[in-house]
Design a protein around this ligand. Structure first.
Ligand code: SAH
Ligand code: SF4
Length: 362
């Protein structure tokens, strides 16, 4: 199996990977749509087997210096009460994940770029490593930082980084972000390149169903991920947050349409990049209660149970109707394990679940 496919099977047909074919599959209905899902499932099981990896997601602070137009915790939204977990609370959540056998955690927060923040994360990485006997793979999702900051965190043991491109189209990117030096598309690309240069397993993703986005944009997003040679992807539906400037913009797509498009995006990406890790985004579940399970069945192999202490979850609302905000970690783990087993897949406990694509590329 190739690392990146330029040809892929659809049923008994072999199709070249070009934008027109991708667009027609994104718009497919009936038999063609089902065939796409079936083929993605087949490729996933052939290349990666039936394992699903868990990443304990720690949303440790909603303090953010940026103002992305789509996001509920943007700096200018005065409504969320801002919180910042203590180091001890974060380390406890890491230990919990480790003991549950997750093998991996994701540290996520609003974007802050400062010397103190860089130092804090360095110290945290050391503390987490000591508390868990270096037993966890740590993913950071802390936005755009300069090269040296990324490098320092890598040297302190962070092995993976998630930075969504949000959309690979410059014009659309400019519409959903303020026009200022803090929100530049070029900086985002440069950041992704720096992450890869430093040696991270590099992850990205897009929002699906943005106002002004069409299937050609989405097809080109897939091409961007393919051509960049990304190691892992988390992508899911865009969902309005009432307290953002984009809340009332219409994109002509119902939540159900965005959900279906997200499944097709995952399935297509699995065909195009059989060995990468693809997460079933939490946002899928806020549209459909079985959203993440459905994503697993069409090619996703990672889920991210939220292990943030329950009392803070309500304040980390990037979009409306975020699921599991009123549960504690334990309840979430139990429900998620049962849900994964229901799909006929296996939860891989005590395994790091590194991206097979990354392992092949280095
Ligand atoms: N501050 C960091 C990490 C937190 S935001 C960063 O921006 O990278 C993580 C992701 O949440 C973003 O990349 C974005 O894709 C997603 N997100 C934000 N608002 C959203 C919304 N309204 N609907 C769906 N996803 C959203
Ligand atoms: Fe901040 Fe990330 Fe939300 Fe942008 S998407 S406002 S950087 S938390």
């Amino acid at each position: 199996m190739q690392d990146k496919a330029d040809l892929y099977n659809l049923g008994d047909k072999k199709l070249p990977f070009n934008i027109d074919n991708i667009i027609s599959l994104l718009n497919s209905t009936g038999e063609n749509r089902l065939q796409l899902f079936e083929d993605a499932k087949t490729v996933r099981e052939k290349v990666l087997g039936k394992k699903v990896y868990f990443r304990g997601l720690i949303e440790f602070s909603n303090i953010c210096a940026k103002n992305c137009f789509y996001c509920g915790i943007r700096k200018s939204n005065k409504n969320p009460s801002r919180y910042n977990l203590s180091d001890d609370e974060i380390v406890d959540a890491a230990i919990y994940s480790w003991k549950e056998g997750y093998g991996s955690i994701v540290l996520q927060s609003g974007e802050i770029a400062s010397k103190d923040f860089t130092k804090r994360i360095e110290n945290l990485l050391i503390k987490i490593s000591q508390a868990t006997n270096a037993g966890l793979r740590v993913t950071l999702s802390l936005g755009e930082q300069d090269y040296d900051t990324y490098k320092r965190w890598f040297e302190k043991g962070a092995q993976r980084y998630l930075l969504r491109i949000e959309t690979s189209n410059l014009e659309l990117y400019s519409k959903i972000h303020p026009d200022d030096p803090n929100h530049q598309f070029s900086k985002r690309i440069e950041s992704l390149e720096n992450l890869r240069k430093i040696g991270y397993q590099t992850g990205t993703g897009v929002m699906i169903g943005l106002p002004g986005q069409n299937s050609e944009h989405l097809a080109k997003d897939l091409k961007f991920m393919h051509d960049f040679g990304i190691d892992m992807v988390g992508m899911g539906p865009y969902i309005e947050h009432a307290e953002t400037p984009m809340a009332n913009l219409d994109n002509g797509l119902s939540l159900h349409d965005r959900f279906d498009l997200s499944l097709k995006m995952i399935a297509l990406l699995r065909l195009l990049m059989p060995k990468i890790n693809i997460a079933a985004a939490t946002a899928l579940q806020s549209i459909d209660k079985l959203g993440r399970e459905k994503a697993i069945k069409v090619g996703a192999n990672v889920v991210m149970p939220n292990v943030t202490p329950g009392k803070f979850r309500d304040s980390y609302k990037l979009y409306d109707n975020k699921p599991c905000t009123d549960e504690d970690a334990d309840q979430c783990t139990n429900c998620l394990s049962a849900r994964v087993s229901m799909t006929g897949y296996e939860v891989a406990l005590n395994e790091w679940g590194d991206s097979m694509y990354y392992n092949a590329r280095i």
